[in-house]
Design a protein around this ligand. Structure first.
Ligand code: ATP
Ligand code: SF4
Ligand code: MG
Length: 340
């Protein structure tokens, strides 16, 4: 039998050896592969990585919401106030899950701005959420107005609008207001800026900064665009081939990346200031989850790969305080010489 579950005081959510597995006719796909990661109380963690690396699957697994027939393995420890202590989300009953989802952990899904019900007004989207969680309708509408103001929208106009009457940026801000209706302490945002133009992206990030300063919730922010959220995120987790390969405080990751893939990701981004240089993507393609390379999954694309890399999977090691990396040759990574 499992004893009392515990988390360090500064950690609200921990994925432990987390996997998401799909059995397919052509083989088993481990689309999240034994990931262990802590999300710190009141801190913003960015999850970055190429398309298909497992970011959405990992975030969805944190809420036990992966698409059928995916199976989740491992443990997800969460400090729940409503359930009276640390729980393993994967062991909760459907009733207990209903208690914590949206009220304690909320997620704005990737592309969700397109999934508003087009036949009902925004007001009814707020009221439906309130009803589903037993929140009084009058209180819910008052709160909706406050939240819409917080995301710099005109509550009266937006609440009476149908989704198609709002721009992409307005819909995304409305979704963020909706996700905050039940005061979650963890907010997961899956690429909220990807469909927006550059100005709307910047506006949204500034709003999220304001919201974070006001509510101090824990945020998990999935993005392709690390510089965009540099002023918002405290930590970064870099995912490659369904695993976290580097994790640490954002300043350490940007100044001292120790994984060749992280170096490649950072060099593939045009600089915000200074001389405009030619930006090269990392050559090669992302592995297939059914048949990933043995050893380090990055070796087919890595300029530093050796025989050991091709055979032995590197373990996560702490290379400086709070900064972890899974690479056999992390000490030899020279940022200026890689991906030139
Ligand atoms: N319903 C599904 N069934 C089986 N495999 C899936 C399913 N949805 C996604 N996958 C696979 O899981 C892997 C991880 O997908 P995921 O959506 O988490 O990637 P991502 O990092 O979020 O990518 P993107 O940046 O494009 O959103 C991919 O290889 C994808 O093909
Ligand atoms: S373990 Fe080897 S192949 Fe993998 S990233 Fe490090 S140097 Fe490259
Ligand atoms: Mg995704």
């Amino acid at each position: 039998m499992e004893g009392v579950l515990e988390l360090p005081p500064n950690v609200v959510l921990r994925a432990e050896d987390l996997s998401v597995v799909y059995k397919m006719p052509r083989g088993i796909a481990r689309v999240v592969d034994r990931v262990t990661i802590d999300f710190r109380v009141g801190r913003v963690t960015a999850i970055v990585g190429e398309s298909g690396s497992g970011k959405t699957m990992m975030a969805s697994a944190l809420m036990k919401l992966v698409p059928y027939p995916g199976k989740i393995e491992g443990r997800i420890l969460f400090r729940s106030d409503l359930l009276g202590g640390v729980v393993d989300i994967l062991k909760l009953s459907p009733k207990e899950l209903r208690i914590i989802r949206w009220r304690e952990i909320a997620m704005v899904f990737q592309g969700a701005q397109n999934s508003f019900n087009p036949t009902i007004k925004i007001k009814d989207h707020f009221l439906d959420t309130a009803r589903a969680h037993g929140l009084d309708e009058k209180i819910a509408l008052e709160k909706a107005c406050k939240l819409l103001e917080l995301v710099k929208l005109d509550p009266e106009r937006v609440l009476e609008s149908y989704p198609h009457q709002l721009s992409g940026g307005m819909k995304q801000r409305t979704l963020i207001a909706l996700s905050l209706l039940l005061d979650p302490k963890v907010l997961i945002l899956d690429e909220p800026t990807s469909a927006l133009d550059l100005i709307s992206q910047k506006v949204l990030i500034d709003l999220l900064k304001d919201i974070h300063e006001r509510y101090h919730m824990t945020m998990i922010f999935i993005t392709h665009d690390l510089p965009l959220i540099a002023g918002l995120a405290h930590y970064v987790a870099v995912m490659y081939a369904f695993k976290v390969v580097e994790f640490g405080p954002i300043d350490k990751i940007i100044r001292n990346p120790r994984h060749p893939y992280t170096v490649g990701l950072l060099k593939a981004i045009p600089p915000l200031r200074g001389e405009l240089r030619f930006v090269k993507p990392i050559p090669g393609s992302h592995p297939d989850p059914v048949n990933p390379p043995p050893g380090c999954r990055f070796w087919p694309r890595c300029p530093l790969a050796t025989d050991v890399c091709r055979k032995v999977e590197p373990k996560m090691v702490e290379v400086e305080k709070d900064h972890f990396v899974a690479c056999h040759r992390w000490e030899e990574v020279e940022v200026s010489k890689l991906w030139t």
